[in-house]
Design a protein around this ligand. Sequence first.
Ligand code: MV4
Length: 450
Amino acid sequence: MFSKILIANRGEIAVRIIRACKDLGIKTVAVYSEADKNSLHLEFADETICIGKANSNDSYLNISRLISAAEVTDSDAIHPGYGFLAENAYFAEVCESCGIKFIGPSAESIRLMGDKVQAKKTMHKAGIPLIPGSKGSVKSKEEALRVAKKLGYPLILKAKAGGGGKGMRICHSDVRLISALLTAQSEAEAAFGDSEIYIEKYIENPRHIEVQIAADNYGNAVYFGERDCSIQRRHQKIIEETPSPAINKRLRKKLGEISLKGVKNINYSSVGTVEFLLDSEGKFYFMEMNTRIQVEHPVTEEVTGIDLVKLQIRIAAGEKLKLRQDDVNIKGAAIECRVNAEDPDKGFLPSPGTINFCYIPGGKNVRVDTHVYSGYNIPPHYDSLVAKVITKADTRSEALRNMDRALSEFIIEPIKTTIPFCRSVINDPDFKRGKYHTGFLSKFFDNQEE
Ligand code: MV4
């Protein structure tokens, strides 16, 4: 096992990772930018190092500073969290070449799954159903028109280097397709430095279902059920839950087993998430794979009793999975609401600033993962997530009531947050019945863009 881990991240996930390290008896190094001097993760870590200015490029994305910090503190591993460098294959490679263990899969797996076209081809070879689409990336309008003729509209354009919705375009006609290809290419070039675009049949109102898996270096792999992440706005998840109200035991097993086939086929080793779209007829299609620990991992932890961050660290340290599939029992239901410092009345514009008073809810079956406290100043330079409220119960309806209670107790003054918005979603009659899909939030807005 490692004796010291450097956490190359900030905010709630840095706190979450430090907790897992402490539970494993591992020393921790927190890094921080000048904007994060008063951050909670610095209080909890054994050592702290400032790695640069507020701008992410000068700090949390700065590979040489992170490696230097790991070297001067004699850290034997780096945990990247999510976002920042978590899915940067080059960073994973640099860590390895410096003799520092990257806590995640191999650089090769990250690179393969980061290329969404390659990822689809690879998963298809393992027998996983794909959304009908172009064979690879589409380079010309003639090629795009040929794909359109074969598949019919609506179509969706996606960036090969993308994921998470950037560079996506939905089109309903040849004319739109041709112009969308150009704008999607330039958007992808600007966002990822890679203009390649692929095309898929657009599935209307699907559910976004993702399967949590873990695999070790010795060919053992297990799945931990699914999460339903269909409640999104502008491709930002707001509420996630498990089990999905749309999935029965049989489908869960099928999705789980197919996900394992996919990850075993690439000799994947770490925790990871296989994303699917589920259409209104119950057919599912592979979409992409995330090779990091995800924001919404706690709902899975709450129903399985497994600490996924500890498991991720153990796998990276070369331990064998002790767990067999039969040992994974899903008990009850869990839901997560993301509390973002955003103003819903201003189109969810970030609302950073100082929290004068903060009260974190508690009570039975309430978990809050956060880095904020009374007096904390939310810097404007990073994402707006300030807390994750996770509740669980024997049944979904109890977990929802528990969530409403927890959110009603949460005080973060005077910052505007998504708490009232989350409460209106979980009290919505259709949501309560489990009847929702990725287009669900559009009924809360006049003009939901994409
Ligand atoms: C799709 C889709 C429908 N058909 N792909 C991919 C990234 C994720 N953030 C959104 N993604 C989608 N990919 C095909 N072939 C629907 C989504 C999707 C979505 C699309 C438009 C508006 C909101 C959405 C919310 C979730 C998923």
